[in-house]
Design a protein around this ligand. Structure first.
Ligand SMILES: NC(=O)c1ccc[n+]([C@@H]2O[C@H](COP(=O)([O-])OP(=O)(O)OC[C@H]3O[C@@H](n4cnc5c(N)ncnc54)[C@H](OP(=O)(O)O)[C@@H]3O)[C@@H](O)[C@H]2O)c1
Ligand SMILES: *[C@@H]1O[C@H](CO)[C@@H](O)[C@H](O)[C@H]1NC(C)=O
Ligand SMILES: *[C@@H]1O[C@H](CO)[C@@H](O)[C@H](O)[C@H]1NC(C)=O
Ligand SMILES: *[C@@H]1O[C@H](CO)[C@@H](O)[C@H](O)[C@H]1NC(C)=O
Length: 308
């Protein structure tokens, strides 16, 4: 087996293995420290989304919103749909995907499934009609779809959906990105995720919420060797630093719902790093001294995209 630039099968590979493990160890220690020590900005707003969930839900229900979900058959998507079914925040939820699953038979009233062709989404505009909230948990991997296929799904399909949704009256778009997203990154994954965020900002939804979860914790049905390798090696990290680089899919789903039902903040674009996601889901308690109520700013100042 070749791992990075080390050949682990080679008979005299002991020094190579040692160096490889040391390098990896240092790399992960740095990464984990950076993410674990990161501060959550705007703690008050984020923690309130968890604390005021019940009240927000009650008010939100009265307003009679409708939502669509793309990526609902994925790991985050499945849990999100389950959560949406439980809280009944929306009068109507349209599940938009590439294949019929009949999942609605197991869900309560208000759920509909629509099969679309993401390469010709213009022909399926009606699927998004009347939905003022959109959830995106779509995604693939380079291993599964190739580099071009990955960009097509994680960037192009998301952007096209967002454009059609916006034209159909979508006001709030909730987007699953990833920890480390960076439009200038030299890595395809983080660069594509970063570029998708940038493209979405240009659409100017009334409200755009970007979630950057860490490594997803779930029992993935599909086998992904590299992911399961990391999950095994990093288990102690997930245990001792649960909010640094990992995120249970339930936490992402709960954070998305808590965000969707919360009153809009002053910012058009909200960017939630991993720790913020944990806090928004009620999985990380804020320090009392961080619970500072934000002071109101002028509209002009707050219209810019700000990081959390
Ligand atoms: N895995 C991680 O550790 C991790 C970490 C941080 C962020 N994320 C991000 O989180 C998001 C969700 O991840 P996940 O692991 O829940 O995803 P997933 O389980 O791989 O699910 C992906 C979803 O996208 C759909 N999809 C994939 N390729 C498609 C295509 N060509 N056309 C139409 N639909 C397609 C799938 O539909 P089908 O069921 O029809 O295939 C499924 O609903 C992704 O954007 C991912 O980048 C993942
Ligand atoms: C969904 O239901 C339809 C009609 O009942 C059936 O023809 C189809 O095979 C079902 N598909 C799946 C994936 O269960
Ligand atoms: C990213 O690249 C763009 C040009 O594509 C540049 O304007 C911008 O300053 C860069 N941002 C960072 C954070 O390096
Ligand atoms: C909103 O923007 C301000 C700066 O204008 C920033 O400090 C804050 O973290 C942002 N809050 C949210 C919820 O996006």
């Amino acid at each position: 087996m070749r791992f990075l630039w080390f050949n682990l099968d080679c008979r005299d590979s002991a020094p190579g293995v040692a160096i490889a493990l040391a390098t990896l160890g240092i790399f992960w220690t740095c990464l984990i420290s950076i993410y674990d020590l990161a501060t959550v900005h705007d703690t008050f707003t984020i923690a309130s989304m968890a604390a005021e969930r019940e009240q927000n839900l009650e008010n939100f229900k009265k307003e009679g919103h409708s939502a669509f979900v793309i990526g609902y058959t994925g790991e985050i998507g499945k849990v999100l749909v389950k959560e949406l079914d439980e809280v009944k925040a929306f009068k109507r939820v349209v599940l938009v995907g590439r294949r019929q699953t009949n999942i609605t038979q197991k869900l309560g009233a208000g759920f509909e499934e629509r099969v679309v062709d993401f390469d010709n989404l213009d022909d399926y505009k009606e699927a998004f009609a009347g939905c003022d909230v959109g959830f995106n948990t779509l995604g693939t991997t380079r291993a599964k779809s190739g580099a071009q296929g990955f960009v097509k799904v994680d960037h192009d399909y998301v952007l096209k959906t967002a454009e059609i949704a916006k034209a159909s009256g979508c006001k709030h778009f909730l987007h699953t990105s990833s920890q480390g997203s960076d439009k200038n990154s030299s890595l395809l994954y983080t660069r594509t995720k970063g570029q998708a965020e940038e493209s979405l900002k240009v659409i100017h939804f009334d409200r755009l919420s970007i979630f950057r979860p860490g490594i997803l914790l779930c029992d993935r049905e599909e086998s992904r060797p590299s992911e399961s390798f990391f999950r095994t090696v990093l288990k102690p990290v997930f245990y001792f630093f649960p909010t640094a680089i990992s995120t249970p899919t339930e936490v992402v789903a709960r954070a998305m719902v808590n965000n969707a039902i919360s009153p809009p903040s002053e910012n058009r674009t909200e960017l939630f790093e991993n720790k913020a996601i944990h806090m928004m889901a009620g999985n990380l308690k804020p320090k009392p001294e961080d619970m500072v109520k934000p002071v109101k700013k002028s509209a002009k100042e707050t219209d810019d995209n700000q990081e959390l």
